[in-house]
Design a protein around this ligand. Structure first.
Ligand code: PRX
Length: 662
C-alpha cells in the first residue's frame, strides 16, 4: 500500500485555481517568509553580497560588489574562485563524498543506469582536466562540447571550468553546419564529442556530424566518448593525430589537477542563442556572478535539500541544462537525474516510469513536453506511483492554463506547487517565479522577480504600465549577478539588442508581459520580436530563412511562426522560386532537408507555401506582420505602405485566409 502523500499546497479559499504553500511546505522550505522580498529590495547589492558569501567558497573576497558603467556591469570585482571547486571539491571534503551526484538513465530501457557519487565525479573531473591540459588547453582557450546526455558531458564542462578553459556547448541535435558556425565564431581549439547516441531507439552518428562541424575551423584535436561502441553498428571515423578516444586518454591521466584560481569576471562559458538576425549570438557568462545566481536559484526555486532527487529534463545544450543539470544542483551538493532519450520512448509513460523508479521529488520540464504527454492521456500517468513528487517546474515558453492544470492535477495529484520560471539564455538563471514556500501558484502566472532583482513593464514610450496593461518586460539595475556580460566579440550588438530600446540603463528582454495583480505577480505573454519558441527551442525566423536560401531553387523566403497545439509555435515558410523551378512535393521535401542540414530538424518548417511574390514596403522590407495575420486569420491591417499591395490577395488565396468574424 502507498502511504498517503503529503499535500504541499492548499487552495486559496476565495479564488479558484490559486494555490499557496501548505504548512508542511512552509516548514520544509528554505524560504517561507514573504518579508524576504522587502529585505532584499532595501539594498539589492548588499543582499547579493550576503548571498555570495554564504553560498560560494571564494579563494579571495572581492573588493567591489557591483560596478555599473552602462550598459556594462560587473559583480564581485576582484573576487577569486573556481566554480568546479564549488561544484565538486567542497563536497568531497565532507559527508557528501559518497552521496550520489548524478543518476544517469540511458534511453534503452534494458541498459543499466549509472550512478556517479561526488567522489566519482571528483576523480573523473580531475583526470579529464589533466587530459585537456595534456592536449594543450589552457586558461581562456575555447573548447567545443557536442555531446548527448551522458555523464561525460558534465565531466567535460566541469573539467573546463577547473582549468579556466571556456566551454561552448552545442546542442547535439544541431547539424554539423550549425556546430561549425559556432566553433568558427568561438575560435575553439578542441572539440569533445561522442561516437553517437540513442534517440527514439535509433542510433545517431554524432561523430559524422562533428566531422562536418570541425572542417575549416581552428579545432586541432577531438576527444570522442565511446557511448555506443561497435554493437550499435556505427562506423566511426577516427583521424590519426587529431581524434582521440576519451577512455584511452583517461587511462593515462594523473589523478589530481589543481583548480585554477579565477577572477570573478573571467569568462566562464559561451552559449550561442538565436537573436533576431540569422547569426547566433555568443552569450558570455562570467564565473562569479553566474555561480552565485545558479547556486541560490537552484536552492530556493526548487527547494533542494539533501534528500531530494531533482530532475530537469532540459538538454545540456541549452542554458537550462547548464544551470540546472550541472552547476546549480552540483554547487548545492544535490542529487540529480539525467536522461539520455526521448520522453515518449519506448512508450508515452517513460518519464513517469523514471520518476517512479528513482523516487524523483522535484521535476522540471517544458510546456511543450507537458502538452505532448497530456495528449497521450491520463492513463499513462496513472499507471505510476508519483507520490514522491513535491515540486513541479516549468520553463521555456508561456504555459497555457489547460496544460498547467493538467500538470498540477494529473502529474502532481493536486499536491505540488508549479514553479513557472521565466528566464533566458542571457539571464543565466531563473529570474521571475514564485518560490515554493511563499507562493502563490497561479496558472499562466510566473510570479514575482527573484529577491534582489528589479523588473518593470513599460509602454512603448517607456512609462510603467498599470495592472493588466500589456507592455514590454525590462530589467533595471542592479542587474542580477548571473546576467550575461556581453556578446562574444561583439559588444556593439550587446548594446544594440538589449540596451538601445529604452537606453543604456534598461535591459530590454524582448518579451511582452503584464502585471497580473496587486502583489506584483507577472504574466509573460511571449516574444515581441522575430524570435520563435518552437517546442521550447529558441530560433530566429531569419535563421530559417537563411537556411532555405541555401537551396539553389530559392530566390527569397519569409518565415513566420504560427501557434501550434503541442509545440507552442512552429515556423511556416513562404518561398519564392527562381524562374524554371516549379512548386512540387519533391521540392518541398528538399527544402525541409536543406533546413535539417543547415540548422537541424527542430527548425524544419511545418508548412511551405510557394508564392510569386512577398509583401514588401517601398524600401524592400518584407512585411512579416501581414504574413502572420494571414496565417492566423486575423485582420491584415494597413497595407497602404506596401510597394506591392496586390500580393495580399494572392496570399489570401494561397493560405486559405478567412478573416475572423466574416
Ligand atoms: O520568451 C521567453 C521564453 O523563452 C525566452 C528565452 O529563451 P531561451 O534563451 O531559449 O531560454 C529558455 C530557458 C530559460 C524568453 O525570452 N520563456 C522562458 N521561460 C518562460 C518563457 N516564457 C514564458 N514563461 C516562462 N516561464
Amino acid at each position: 500500500m502507498r502511504e498517503t502523500p503529503i499535500k504541499w499546497v492548499v487552495e486559496d479559499p476565495k479564488r479558484k485555481n490559486v494555490f499557496w504553500p501548505s504548512e508542511e511546505m512552509k516548514k520544509r522550505a528554505w524560504v517561507s517568509d514573504e518579508k524576504i522580498y522587502e529585505e532584499a529590495a532595501k539594498d539589492p547589492v548588499a543582499w547579493w553580497a550576503k548571498l555570495a558569501k554564504e553560498g560560494i567558497t571564494w579563494f579571495k573576497e572581492w573588493t567591489e560588489t557591483y560596478v555599473w558603467d552602462p550598459p556594462f556591469y560587473k559583480w564581485f570585482v576582484g573576487g577569486k574562485l573556481n566554480i568546479c571547486y564549488n561544484a565538486v571539491d567542497r563536497h568531497v571534503k565532507g559527508w557528501r563524498r559518497n552521496k550520489a551526484a548524478i543518476i544517469w538513465e540511458p534511453e534503452p530501457p534494458n541498459e543499466p543506469h549509472r550512478v556517479l557519487t561526488y567522489y566519482d565525479l571528483y576523480r573523473e573531473v580531475n583526470k579529464f582536466a589533466n587530459v585537456l591540459k595534456s592536449l594543450g588547453i589552457r586558461k581562456g582557450d575555447r573548447v567545443g562540447i557536442y555531446m548527448p546526455m551522458i555523464p561525460e558531458v558534465i565531466i567535460a564542462m566541469l573539467a573546463c571550468a577547473r582549468i579556466g578553459a571556456v566551454h561552448s556547448v552545442v546542442f547535439s541535435a544541431f547539424s554539423g553546419q550549425s556546430l561549425k558556425d559556432r566553433m568558427l565564431d568561438a575560435e575553439a581549439k578542441l572539440l569533445i564529442t561522442a561516437d553517437g547516441y540513442y534517440r527514439r531507439g535509433n542510433v545517431i552518428n554524432l561523430k559524422a556530424n562533428a566531422d562536418i562541424g570541425i572542417e575549416g575551423t581552428t579545432i586541432e584535436k577531438v576527444i570522442v566518448v565511446k557511448r555506443l561502441g561497435k554493437e550499435a553498428g556505427l562506423n566511426v571515423n577516427m583521424v590519426e593525430g587529431r581524434d582521440y578516444w576519451w577512455h584511452e586518454l583517461m587511462e593515462k591521466a594523473e589523478p589530481y589537477c589543481e583548480p585554477e584560481v579565477l577572477d570573478s569576471e573571467d569568462l566562464h562559458f559561451i552559449l550561442y542563442t538565436s537573436g533576431t538576425t540569422g547569426k547566433p549570438k555568443g552569450i558570455e557568462h562570467h564565473v562569479g556572478g553566474y555561480a552565485v545566481q545558479a547556486y541560490w536559484t537552484a536552492k530556493w526555486d526548487f527547494d533542494l535539500h539533501d534528500d531530494d532527487l531533482f530532475w530537469c529534463t532540459a538538454d545540456i545544450g541549452w542554458i537550462t541544462g547548464h544551470t540546472y543539470n550541472c552547476y546549480g544542483p552540483l554547487m548545492n551538493g544535490a542529487t540529480f537525474l539525467i536522461y539520455e532519450g526521448a520522453p515518449d520512448y519506448p512508450a508515452p509513460d517513460r518519464l513517469w516510469q523514471i520518476i517512479e523508479k528513482y523516487g524523483v521529488t522535484v521535476f522540471y520540464t517544458a510546456p511543450t513536453a507537458i502538452r505532448m504527454l497530456m495528449k497521450y492521456g491520463d492513463e499513462w500517468v496513472k499507471k505510476h506511483d508519483l507520490s514522491t513528487l513535491r515540486i513541479l517546474g516549468t520553463v521555456g515558453e508561456p504555459i497555457n492554463e489547460e496544460a498547467w492544470l493538467w500538470y498540477f492535477n494529473v502529474v502532481g495529484g493536486g499536491r505540488c506547487p508549479i514553479i513557472d520560471t521565466w528566464w533566458q539564455t542571457e539571464t543565466g538563471a531563473t529570474l521571475i517565479n514564485s518560490l515554493p514556500g511563499i507562493g502563490p501558484f497561479i496558472p499562466t502566472v510566473a510570479g514575482r522577480p527573484f529577491p534582489g532583482t528589479r523588473f518593470s513593464i513599460l509602454t512603448e514610450d517607456g512609462k510603467p504600465t498599470s495592472i493588466g496593461e500589456g507592455g514590454y518586460l525590462v530589467q533595471l539595475s542592479p542587474f542580477a549577478p548571473g546576467m550575461f556580460r556581453t556578446i562574444y566579440k561583439d559588444p556593439e550588438r550587446f548594446r544594440q539588442q538589449y540596451f538601445s530600446v529604452y537606453g543604456e540603463k534598461i535591459y530590454y528582454t524582448g518579451d511582452g508581459a503584464y502585471i497580473y495583480d496587486e502583489m506584483g505577480n507577472i504574466r509573460i505573454t511571449g516574444r515581441v520580436d522575430d524570435v520563435m519558441k518552437v517546442a521550447g527551442h529558441r530560433l530566429a525566423t531569419a535563421e530559417v530563412e537563411n537556411a532555405i536560401a541555401q537551396h539553389p531553387a530559392v530566390v527569397e523566403s519569409a518565415v513566420v511562426s504560427v501557434p501550434h497545439d503541442i509545440k507552442g509555435e512552429v515556423p511556416v515558410a513562404f518561398v519564392v522560386l527562381k524562374p524554371g523551378y516549379k512548386p512540387s512535393a519533391e521540392l518541398e521535401a528538399e527544402l525541409r532537408k536543406t533546413v535539417d542540414r543547415i540548422i537541424g530538424p527542430i527548425a524544419r518548417p511545418e508548412r511551405i507555401i510557394f508564392v510569386d511574390d512577398l509583401p514588401k514596403t517601398r524600401s524592400g522590407k518584407i512585411m512579416r506582420r501581414i504574413l502572420k495575420a494571414l496565417l492566423r486569420n486575423q485582420p491584415v491591417g494597413d497595407i497602404t505602405t506596401l510597394m506591392n499591395p496586390e500580393t495580399v490577395e494572392m496570399l489570401k488565396e494561397k493560405v486559405g485566409y478567412r478573416e475572423r468574424g466574416q
